[in-house]
Design a protein around this ligand. Structure first.
Ligand code: GRF
Length: 208
């Protein structure tokens, strides 16, 4: 049984998609052992509580420096004995020491078709503002392994979503969440939990 640590920062709709997918069998062989938020006001913490999942807030504001926060975050993940760390709407920059400790065992959902509209300046609504400003006709979401870069790790799954005339960033974000994020993040977890994913020379292959 793959143990999941889900890291969140906000509304937790991607966390909810994982909770619901485990409940209805779209994800098999995995369970969430902890939810960790850097934001004590994150509604994701409410969602964890409603689902009876242990949750905690580890906020940089509660530590004297970034190193101390990073150590506390690593300690919480290790304490949970998680096999896979899932960044689900998580806005925390994962420190190198955690990336090294969990090589190819941290996944992230990004709301664009990487390598488009990604990197340190593209997060949340900024991703969709960029897509609309460029006038792309198709955008989507990507699940990838986390490496030491920003949105640069091996790509696991992607799903395309059409951009419609008149879309606002908020409308587009919602469509990308509904039609892509909430579909491919649970699917990626299920593939990993069932041993279907391998990474070779930075490329992901899915066993049939
Ligand atoms: C979503 O757009 C997600 O792609 C991004 O953060 C936003 C909120 O996610 N990473 P959630 O509702 O907190 O899962």
């Amino acid at each position: 049984m793959l143990k999941l640590a889900v890291l969140v920062s906000g509304g937790g709709t991607n966390l909810q998609a994982i909770i619901d997918s485990i409940a209805d069998g779209r994800i098999t062989g995995a369970r969430i052992v902890t939810v960790i938020s850097n934001n004590k006001k994150a509604y994701a913490l409410e969602r964890a509580a409603k689902a009876g999942i242990p949750a905690k807030c580890i906020s940089p504001k509660d530590y004297e420096n970034r190193e101390a926060f990073n150590d506390a975050l690593l300690e919480a993940i290790e304490e949970s004995q998680a096999d896979l760390v899932v960044l689900a709407g998580c806005l925390v920059v994962i420190p190198e020491k955690i990336v090294e400790r969990y090589e190819n065992r941290i996944i992230n959902i990004h709301p664009s078709l990487i390598p488009a509209f990604c990197g340190k300046d593209f997060y949340g609504l900024k991703v969709h503002e960029g897509a609309l400003a460029r006038g792309v006709k198709v955008t989507g979401a990507t699940v990838h392994f986390v490496d030491k870069g920003t949105d640069t790790g091996p790509i696991i799954l992607q799903k395309a979503v059409e951009v419609r005339d008149g879309d606002t960033p908020e409308v587009l974000q919602r469509r990308v969440m509904e039609e892509a994020e909430w579909v491919i993040l649970p699917r990626a977890i299920d593939l990993i939990a069932n041993g279907k994913i391998t990474v070779t020379d930075g490329k992901v292959t899915e066993k049939s």
